[in-house]
Design a protein around this ligand. Structure first.
Ligand SMILES: [Zn+2]
Ligand SMILES: [Zn+2]
Length: 317
C-alpha cells in the first residue's frame, strides 16, 4: 500500500508543477468552482450554523438551545461572553532545564467539545490506493448519497480526510462497509468512525523522579509544580514516600518530552538564596519484571514492580 502511494505521488509530480503556472492555476480554480456548483456542493463557511456548528442552516433557524460558541453557556450570546473579555492567557513553556526537554504546555479547558454539533457524526476517510483531492472527495460523496449536504472535509494529510456526514447518514453504518472504490480510477477508500484523535508527532513520557536536597518545608504541590516545570509537567506526588523518607528524597511523577535529557542537578533561587537540587530518574522496568535493589543511603530495600511503580519490602504483609 505504501509503495502504491509513493508511486502515484511521483507520477503526479509533473502535473503539480504545471499548476504553478498562474494561468493554469486560474483555470483549475474556475474548473473546480464549476464542478462544485454542478454537484450542488456549497461553501461550508456560507452555511455553517454559528449556534450548533452544523452546516445547512443559519443560526437564526437553529432548533437547538442558543448557546455561546466560546464557552457553551446558554445564559448569554457570544458578544457578551465573559471568557472573551478576560485577559489573554499564555501557553506555559516547560522543560527549560536542558536542550531537548522543552515544549509549550496547554491545559485543556473544561468545555465539552461534544456539545458542538460540528464534531458529531464525523468519519475518517483513508485513501487506501490512488490519489484524490478534497474537492473530488466531496463530489464523490455528493454523488453517492444524493443529499443536499455541503460535505465539510478537513484534509489531515494527502491520504486522510475528516468528513462530516449529514445527520440522516450514520457514519457508524458507513464504517461497517469494507473498502470501496470511487468513480475516479484506481481510488479505493475506507471509512471509519472518527474517535476524536489526530496523529501526534510523538508521545510525552511519564516518569517518576526523585529530588534530593529539598527543604522539607517546601515540599508542597505548588513548589514541586514550579520545580518540575523546568523538566516537564507535574502529574503526581508520592506523599507516602515523601513522609517515609522525611523528604530526604521527594518522589514526583512528571510528563516529559525526553527523560534521557533530564539533568542530574539544577540551581533554584528561593527567598534570596541559591539551592542546588539533585534529580534522579527512576528506571522504567519492563512489565512484570521484579528486581530487588538495595538503597544504601536509605538503608532500605525496595522492590521494583512494573514500569515506574515500586513499594518498600517493609510494606509487605
Ligand atoms: Zn444550528
Ligand atoms: Zn460565553
Amino acid at each position: 500500500m505504501q509503495a502504491d502511494r509513493s508511486n502515484s505521488s511521483r507520477q503526479q509530480g509533473p502535473v503539480r508543477n504545471q499548476s504553478k503556472n498562474p494561468q493554469r492555476k486560474k483555470q483549475d480554480q474556475v474548473h473546480k468552482a464549476i464542478s462544485a456548483s454542478s454537484t450542488g456542493l456549497m461553501s461550508y463557511a456560507q452555511v455553517i450554523c454559528y449556534n450548533c456548528g452544523d452546516p445547512c442552516h443559519h443560526k437564526d433557524k437553529c432548533e437547538k438551545p442558543k448557546s455561546c460558541i466560546i464557552c457553551k453557556m446558554v445564559t448569554h450570546v457570544v458578544d457578551d461572553c465573559p471568557v472573551r473579555k478576560k485577559a489573554h492567557t499564555s501557553a506555559r513553556y516547560v522543560g527549560s532545564a536542558a536542550q531537548g526537554l522543552g515544549f509549550y504546555h496547554l491545559d485543556v479547558p473544561d468545555v465539552n467539545a461534544q456539545h458542538h454539533g460540528a464534531l458529531k457524526n464525523v468519519g475518517i476517510v483513508l485513501i487506501e490506493s490512488g490519489e484524490v483531492t478534497k474537492q473530488e472527495l466531496a463530489e464523490e460523496f455528493a454523488d453517492i448519497y444524493k443529499t443536499n449536504w455541503p460535505w465539510p472535509i478537513n484534509a489531515l494529510d494527502d491520504w486522510t480526510f475528516l468528513v462530516k456526514f449529514p445527520p440522516e447518514i450514520d457514519v457508524a453504518h458507513v464504517a461497517g462497509y469494507p473498502c470501496f472504490g470511487l468513480k475516479k480510477d484506481n481510488v479505493i477508500v475506507n471509512v471509519e468512525v472518527w474517535k476524536g484523535n489526530v496523529a501526534a508527532e510523538d508521545d510525552l513520557q511519564d516518569v517518576w523522579l526523585k529530588i534530593r536536597k529539598m527543604n522539607p518545608k517546601w515540599c508542597e504541590w505548588t513548589m514541586l509544580d514550579q520545580i518540575t516545570s523546568t523538566l516537564g509537567v507535574l502529574l503526581d506526588v508520592d506523599w507516602q514516600h515523601n513522609f517515609k523518607s522525611f523528604y530526604e528524597t521527594v518522589r514526583v511523577k512528571i510528563s516529559c518530552k525526553d527523560p534521557t535529557k533530564i539533568p542530574t542537578e539544577r540551581l533554584f533561587g528561593i527567598k534570596g538564596k541559591i539551592y542546588r537540587l539533585l534529580i534522579e530518574i527512576e528506571p522504567a522496568l519492563p512489565y512484570a519484571e521484579t528486581v530487588i535493589v538495595t538503597n544504601p543511603s536509605l538503608d532500605q530495600c525496595w522492590e521494583y514492580r512494573l514500569s515506574g511503580t515500586y513499594r518498600s519490602t517493609h510494606d509487605k504483609g
